[in-house]
Ligand binder design. Structure first.
Ligand SMILES: *[C@@H]1O[C@H](CO)[C@@H](O)[C@H](O)[C@H]1NC(C)=O
Ligand SMILES: *[C@@H]1O[C@H](CO)[C@@H](O)[C@H](O)[C@H]1NC(C)=O
Ligand SMILES: *[C@@H]1O[C@H](CO)[C@@H](O)[C@H](O)[C@H]1NC(C)=O
Length: 393
């Protein structure tokens, strides 16, 4: 009874004390905004090659937000070898708690025993139609098959179930086109607000960057911008101009920045960058430059725009796929900050980034990265990293 009395007496005092304190803290926070200092606060291995009975290698990570604020991670599950030309499933996992826990893997597509079957791909979210669309290709390399087809599946329930595949080559033609790998965008600003823009690349000889466009939420598609290789439709040699896998993002002025794999190392062992000023209709050579700060071993890299910063991930090495590094730019990719965040010093390959925009206070703090990494070889695992942009505070 003595203790209870004391507690009762203390309670109002405690409340007064803490009320005052929290008020003081809030004021302090407003006065000095948290320091920008990216830090990995959570990491999870989502796929391990040679662990699942029916899969040899998991590769080609794709990561997206959904209209409901979940995260979806996709990759190719290559059945009998690590080869690009190998029969596959597409695997997906889903997180409804900002990446803390993930659903078990499920397969959403299966090409049977077709050797040059499924290849990923770009995932694009239509926030107006509340849909998630996965665009991919079949028979990209024309190896024991013909023609190539660009396909899509769509989810209207946050990635739980997927539509039957639709053949976009009926509208686009049968030119080999491999979307991404990464994400497509829905334009948020003029010109062409709400348009879906998916960029990717052609086959080795007809290589180059190409974008496909939809102005009706994915019902119909047409061919948009092209940045063709030189010499186009002819065999390439070392140092030729050969734009390959790419990732677009929209900047706040409505232009589209595309960061491109420089397949034959034209001009440098570094990234090509090109911008579309007309919503993905053209990729003019006037807007093309080579970013010598972004050294690259020829790989698919990650690009993201969030709150005025542009983020970039790749294995930062001119020859080998090692040293997966996150960089950021305050000048829309014209220059990069000196500070950077090394995600993995060893073997690491393709990467893809996303972010959530639902909860203003919470979601402004994080970006999410999915990437290939290993101890001896970059294709051993696919890893998810949650990056706190303000040092975990
Ligand atoms: C997709 O459509 C094109 C053009 O009509 C056709 O040639 C191709 O065989 C179709 N692909 C599939 C997988 O049905
Ligand atoms: C990793 O990349 C960064 C950025 O280019 C560089 O500063 C660092 O030396 C690299 N580390 C290794 C081990 O290559
Ligand atoms: C937004 O995030 C904050 C901090 O985690 C949380 O307290 C709040 O409930 C969230 N709001 C909504 C609407 O989810």
């Amino acid at each position: 009874m003595g203790i209870l009395a004391t507690l009762t007496l203390l309670l109002p005092v405690l409340q007064v004390c803490c009320g005052v304190r929290s008020h003081f803290n809030k004021k302090q926070k407003l006065q000095s905004p948290p320091l920008f200092s990216p830090l990995v606060v959570e990491e999870q291995v989502l796929w391990v090659s040679q662990e699942a009975a029916e899969v040899d290698t998991f590769r080609i990570p794709l990561l997206t937000f959904t209209p409901k604020g979940s995260l979806l991670a996709f990759c190719e599950a290559r059945k009998f070898s690590y080869s690009d030309m190998e029969s596959k499933f597409f695997a997906v996992r889903r997180s409804v708690d900002k990446g803390s826990t993930w659903s078990p893997m499920s397969f959403i597509l299966d090409d049977g025993l077709m050797v040059d079957g499924l290849n990923l791909g770009a995932v694009v979210v239509d926030e107006k139609a509340q849909s998630v669309i996965l665009v991919y290709t079949i028979c990209f390399h024309h190896y024991k098959c013909s023609p190539s087809s660009v396909m899509m599946v769509e989810s209207l329930d946050d990635g739980l179930t997927w539509s039957r595949p639709r053949n976009l080559s009926e509208q686009l033609g049968v030119k080999s086109f491999a979307p991404g790998p990464g994400f497509g965008i829905q334009k948020r600003h003029a010109p062409h607000q709400d348009r879906l823009v998916v960029c990717g690349h052609g086959t080795l000889e007809g290589d180059g960057v190409f974008c496909i466009l939809s102005d009706d939420h994915g019902k119909t598609w047409r061919n948009g911008a092209a940045l063709k290789s030189v010499p186009y439709n002819q065999p390439k040699q070392a140092l030729d101009f050969n734009p390959d896998e790419c990732q677009p993002v929209e900047l706040s002025d409505g232009s589209i920045l595309v960061n491109v794999r420089n397949q034959n190392k034209y001009h440098c062992s570094c990234r090509m960058v090109v911008r579309s000023l007309d919503g993905g209709e053209t990729l003019p050579v006037d807007e093309l430059f080579f970013d010598k700060n972004l050294i690259d071993p020829t790989v698919a890299a990650g690009l993201l725009e969030k709150d005025g910063r542009v983020y970039f991930t790749n294995p930062a090495h001119s020859q080998k796929r090692v040293n997966l590094t996150l960089r950021w730019s305050l000048t829309n990719g014209k220059s990069w900050e000196k500070e950077l965040l090394q995600l993995w010093p060893g073997p690491s390959g393709y990467s893809c980034m996303t972010t959530l925009n639902g909860n203003v206070t919470e979601d402004r703090k994080f970006i999410f990265i999915l990437y290939e990494r290993g101890q001896r070889d970059s294709v051993e695992t696919v890893v998810f990293a949650k990056v706190h942009l303000y040092g975990g505070l």
